[in-house]
Design a binder for this molecule. Structure first.
Ligand code: PAF
Length: 282
């Protein structure tokens, strides 16, 4: 496994592998790798001959007052995990090279898809995500790129960008990996103290309880949202940002649950903002 920091070096490495006709897979990450990332890497290893894991805490996708400075970082540990999984290259560009002084180009998926839910709570977030991914896709030119369904809206936004900008990249999406008690695995879980960690299961518990209500015949999204809200509000450490019952393709609100729906929520547990979602099929 090699570690590459410089963009030109990364491009050169890829050019050489492409000459050899190799299939390239990219797992874009912000590091502090967990089981969710490892599942993406394992799948990339199955599909591709060369697997690149990018580790880059992307400043432009964090809003003011968010956790860019404190976002967990541990390159040594990430390196060991990647080596164990048979990753070929870790790409860790420097912020100053990705966004040098005077940098001024940003890519945005316009419209509702990136302005509702996470987009509404974190203005500019998807603009930052899409911009860094366009840069990574241009540098690494992968055949496949891998994403987790925990960031459901991110997946839809990325797929739209890939389609609109005619990238020749297959976006592969893997299900959310959960702890034994249901908590969706996320690097941000490391912020939780013992008490908060316990309280954090309320996200998954409320999703499961809502699904049960649907099984019992509930079809009204508003009633379902009230039901989840009541449940979450019983947890003193939890503060709801949003709860939504939406069309899984467009993320627009629905008036009635029939066939398919997505339950999505963002909740602060203490100071830590967590998201989760569940697909419903009747
Ligand atoms: O999901 C993430 O970790 C980030 O948003 C991504 C896709 C690596 C872009 O910085």
């Amino acid at each position: 496994m090699i570690l590459i920091e410089k963009i030109e070096e990364m491009k050169f490495y890829i050019r050489e592998r492409k000459k050899e006709g190799k299939i390239i897979g990219l797992v874009p990450t912000m590091g502090y790798l967990h089981q969710g990332h490892l599942a993406l890497i394992k799948k990339a290893k199955e599909d591709c001959e060369v697997v690149v894991v990018s580790i880059f805490v992307n400043p432009v996708q964090f809003g003011r007052g968010e956790d860019y400075e404190t976002y967990p970082r541990d390159l040594e540990r990430d390196r060991d995990l990647c080596r164990r999984e048979g990753v070929n290259v870790i790409f860790t560009p420097r912020v100053e090279e990705m966004y040098p002084q005077g940098y001024s180009t940003f890519v945005e998926v316009e419209g509702k898809l990136s302005s509702i839910l996470e987009g509404a709570s974190r203005p500019g977030h998807f603009r930052g995500v899409v911009t860094v991914l366009v840069k990574l896709f241009n540098i690494i030119n992968p055949d496949y790129s891998y994403f987790g369904e925990k960031d459901y809206q991110q997946v839809l936004v990325v797929k739209k960008m890939v389609k609109d900008l005619n990238f020749n990249i297959q976006i592969i999406v893997l299900p959310t990996i959960r702890e034994e008690d249901g908590l969706a695995i996320s690097s941000r879980n490391s912020y939780l103290n013992k008490e908060e960690r316990k309280a954090a299961t309320i996200l998954y518990r409320s999703l499961v309880a809502a699904k049960e209500q649907i099984k019992r015949g509930e079809r009204n999204p508003h009633s379902l949202i009230s039901f989840m809200k009541n449940l979450i509000e019983k947890e003193p450490l939890a503060h709801i940002d949003y709860i939504a019952v939406v069309n899984p393709k467009t993320l627009e609100e629905i008036e009635k649950i029939d066939k398919k729906a997505l339950l999505a929520l963002a909740v602060k547990i203490g100071e830590t903002r967590l998201i989760d979602n569940m697909k419903i099929e009747i």
